[in-house]
Write a protein that binds this ligand. Structure first.
Ligand code: NAP
Length: 338
């Protein structure tokens, strides 16, 4: 059986990628900061898929050398998904940039040393659409690169993703030559959660469902279902023409207020926020609530994109964004989180 290593195996996108790989007949090994999470992870994967699943988990931290060589033994493909994606941004951007960049390089170097054929790395729309200022192209695609040095149009998270992806390509073009690389650059990922320990992106539905926002800031988000993102990771690993390519993965853009409407229609008995928050008020609120600062680069911006390449090369036939919103919410209701 062909063995695939999935880093950050406990994560939201990684769990779906593991199932997609297993369903295609691959043997999967995972990494997590602590291998003691294996039992819980296997129970979650088995419950969600309705069949017994037992993958091996190896301890490997993005910020430490230990474990990476062992994790890579006998592996043909690497799926590198681990990277910090916090709900609240840290004071020091390096808390995200260092693990993202150095972790990617650790994983790729270990893969090269072990003779891995191809690595697929989860990058982000954050590596494409940020730091452009007034010169942002009207429709973004894989030919575009964010400028992580323009701090006005970036957060520590978006910078960490652009810096990590650039470092990965630089490595492949230099000392890493011979190891193939493809990157998946998703927009905001929604869709069914397997466990209550969910990615920060699901706050797009948990915040309104828990009535944690008074009204909707003028934000728009590209939305993609996690099942499509998992499919993209597997297809980018298998398709010969995907080597050396980036893939922007997303269905379409929804405003935060539209997400609210979708939720209100689907759950008429819930008390949900209504209407839009003026942007001046959001800016003022950051003075009392600094965690809101991370949304400032997004206010009143629409980062339009093309998903044509992902459809053409990876064969994606996108689950509608509305369905992704509802699948997230229904799964969290079933898990007793909403
Ligand atoms: P997630 O559920 O929070 O998964 C992130 C994973 O990274 C976790 O498994 C976490 O492992 C691991 N990780 C974080 N810091 C680590 C460290 N120092 N050492 C080892 N592992 C570490 O989030 P996700 O949404 O699935 O994200 C997966 C990937 O997709 C990330 O690269 C993220 O940037 C990217 N992405 C996500 C979105 C989105 O909207 N969700 C959009 C674009 C790109 P622990 O279990 O040890 O914490």
């Amino acid at each position: 059986m062909t063995k695939v290593l999935v880093t950050g195996a406990t994560g939201f996108i990684a769990s779906h990628t593991i199932l997609a790989l297993i369903n295609k007949g691959y043997e999967v090994r995972g990494t997590a900061r602590s291998a003691s999470k294996a039992e819980q992870l296997n129970a979650t994967l088995s419950k969600y898929s309705g069949k017994p699943i037992e993958i091996e988990l190896v301890s490997a931290d993005l910020t430490k050398d230990e474990g990476w060589a062992k994790a890579m033994e006998g592996v043909t493909y690497l799926q590198h998904l681990a990277s910090p994606i916090p709900s609240n941004l840290p004071k020091d951007p390096n808390d995200l940039i260092i693990p993202a960049k150095e972790g990617a390089l650790r994983a790729l170097k270990a893969a090269k040393a072990a003779g891995v054929k191809r690595a697929v790395m989860t990058s982000s729309m954050a590596s494409i659409a940020y730091g452009w200022g007034d010169s942002r192209p009207p429709v973004l695609d894989e030919t575009h690169w964010s400028n992580p040095d323009n701090l006005k149009d970036n957060t520590a998270y978006t910078r960490s993703k652009a810096i990590a992806e650039k470092a990965a390509w630089d490595y492949i073009e230099g000392d890493g030559a011979g190891l193939e690389l493809a990157t998946i650059n998703p927009v905001a990922v929604l869709g069914p959660a397997m466990s209550a320990d969910v990615s920060a992106s699901l706050e797009l539905v948990t915040q309104p469902m828990l009535n944690k926002v008074p009204a909707f800031p003028k934000l728009t988000f590209g939305i993609v279902d996690v099942r499509d993102v998992a499919h993209a990771h597997v297809a980018a690993m298998e398709a010969p023409e995907a080597a050396g390519e980036r893939f922007l993965v997303g269905d379409k853009i929804l405003s935060f207020a539209r997400i609210g409407e979708i939720l209100r229609e689907a759950y008429p008995d819930r008390k949900l926020p209504k209407g839009e928050l003026p942007s001046w008020l959001v800016r003022m609120l950051t003075l009392v609530n600094p965690t809101l600062k991370q949304i400032l680069p997004e206010l009143e911006k629409e980062r339009s994109f093309s998903n044509e390449k992902s459809k053409r090369v990876l064969g994606l036939d996108y689950i509608p964004a509305k369905e992704a919103v509802l699948a997230s919410t229904n799964s969290l209701i079933d898990l007793g989180e909403l």
